[in-house]
Design a protein around this ligand. Structure first.
Ligand code: NI
Length: 468
């Protein structure tokens, strides 16, 4: 064997060694992935078991009528399992260089902005509604139905793609997909929509899910996503309402409309009679610091005085509700006068924010049959409350805090008034404590969307889970 052959042999040997090493590295990575996958399965199974176990427990808590303690709620929510799953996902990002593709497909949660889908509908014989925010119920008035829809995105990150949608029109079947603000279906037509499909295109589809549901035959259908059909077509049923939401994709996790986990407890804080210049911004600051939202039932004349505050609410994902223009009770108004009170207030809020309120809180909680007929015609459900703090009367932060924290349950609507410093003070403690107890602070529309939805002409006091 000469020197040349020796060198060749040596190179050959090194090559073989490199191949063996590379193969070993691959094997190690495969093993790591396998272990990780097993860990994910185990944790997921644990989570599912935890949730199943707890659901039964929660129901019994509600049946007993007592407010569940913080610990019970945390346990009920499977909070610890949830945390573990999150941590696991982060470790996947940090350690799994070999799995860069998966990581990029999953993106890192914090980097992705929350994106919203806005929906506008054309009820039969009426004008298009204003675009309604993400995860809201957009309804046709009583005895009407939807003939067309449009959708668009808000807060879109620097990615290709847009929102696309198609509707099934009675007598015609599925209409070609259209996108971003284009009309699907018809206007000035008698033909009704029977089902709806929505999807995201381009890069957006890799990073976000779009979820949606329709109001059909008196119920909201289960959420479907990413091009699936919502509603049953071809059986003579029409679509009377639509709700849609965009959610960030979280690797290994389910995505939820409004990014609210329906398995975890939630409460809707509501503030009436404002907004005010001093108290409302404090409450918004606090909500923002914990990632929470609330619903503000506002009187039109206060909105005109504080447009900046109202705009901030909308930007934070809070819900703007209608509380009449000058706080006159339904019992003191003719149908015509009530219609004007409601419409004038909705118009003021719309002019200020581009958002039209979808729900009303009758001043004083007073309801009359003729007044409810008006709300039905305007397709605006009435929202009452299940926790009454009487903050307007006591003006005592400690009492307000005590009332909320000793009685609040999953699904409750809490009534407060953002006019009083004491209510602002109380909100600081209430918001922190509810979050510490594991509650998601959601809007009334978000809460209702997970607990049976809203119907026009009806009024609601709470959205507690049904007792089994
Ligand atoms: Ni009021």
């Amino acid at each position: 064997m000469d020197e040349h052959d020796d060198l060749e042999l040596q190179k050959e040997k090194e090559k073989t060694q490199r191949q063996v090493k590379a193969e070993k590295r691959k094997q190690t990575v495969r093993n790591q992935i396998l272990i990780l996958a097993l860990a994910v399965i185990v944790v997921t199974a644990g989570l599912v078991f935890g949730l199943t176990r707890v659901n039964g427990k929660e129901s019994s808590d509600i049946a007993e009528g007592g407010a569940a303690s913080g610990e019970e709620l945390m346990a009920a929510a499977g909070e610890e399992d949830w945390e573990m799953t999150e941590v696991l996902s982060y470790e996947t990002f940090a350690e799994g260089d070999a799995e860069r593709e998966t990581i990029e497909a999953g993106h890192v949660w914090e980097d992705l902005p929350k994106m919203d889908v806005l929906v506008s509908v054309c009820p039969h014989g009426l004008d298009w509604t204003a675009y309604s925010p993400d995860n809201r119920c957009v309804l046709a008035p009583v005895n009407s139905y939807l003939t067309g829809m449009k959708a668009t995105l808000r807060n879109q990150p620097d990615m290709s793609g847009t929102v696309q949608y198609s509707v099934n029109v009675s007598g015609y079947g599925w209409i070609d997909w259209v996108e971003d603000t284009a009309l699907a279906g018809g206007e000035s037509t008698d033909t009704t929509i029977e089902a709806v499909c929505m999807q995201l295109s381009g890069e957006l589809a890799d990073y976000y899910d779009i979820l949606y549901s329709v109001y059909q035959n008196g119920v909201w259908t289960d959420w479907v996503r990413n091009g699936e059909e919502a509603g049953e077509s071809g059986v003579g049923l029409r679509v009377d309402g639509i709700r849609a939401s965009v959610s960030r994709k979280w690797p290994g996790e389910e995505s939820y409309a409004g990014e609210i986990n329906p398995a975890l407890p939630m409460v809707a804080l509501t503030y009436d009679d404002g907004p005010s210049k001093s108290v409302t911004p404090r409450i918004l600051d606090k909500l923002e610091s914990v990632g929470g939202r609330a619903t503000f039932f506002m009187v039109g004349e206060q909105v005109e005085r504080n447009p900046d505050v109202v705009n901030r609410m909308v930007q934070m994902g809070c819900e703007v509700g209608n509380h009449t223009f000058d706080h006159t009770e339904m019992t003191k108004l003719t149908q015509q006068e009530l219609t004007e009170e409601i419409q004038r207030t909705s118009q003021v809020i719309y002019d200020c924010t581009g958002i039209r309120p979808l729900i009303v809180r009758p001043p004083g909680g007073a309801e009359t049959d003729s007044g409810m007929d008006v709300l039905g015609f305007l397709s605006m459900p009435a929202i009452l409350w299940s926790v009454d703090t009487r903050d307007w009367k006591t003006r005592d932060a400690a009492q307000t805090i005590n009332t909320v924290l000793t009685t609040v349950q999953d699904g409750d609507i809490v009534l407060m008034h953002d006019l009083y410093d004491a209510t602002g003070d109380a909100s600081m403690t209430i918001i922190d404590e509810l979050v510490a107890r594991g509650y998601q602070l959601v809007t009334v529309s978000e809460l209702s969307a997970y607990r049976g939805g809203l119907e026009p002409e009806k009024s609601y006091m709470s959205f507690r889970r049904p007792v089994n």
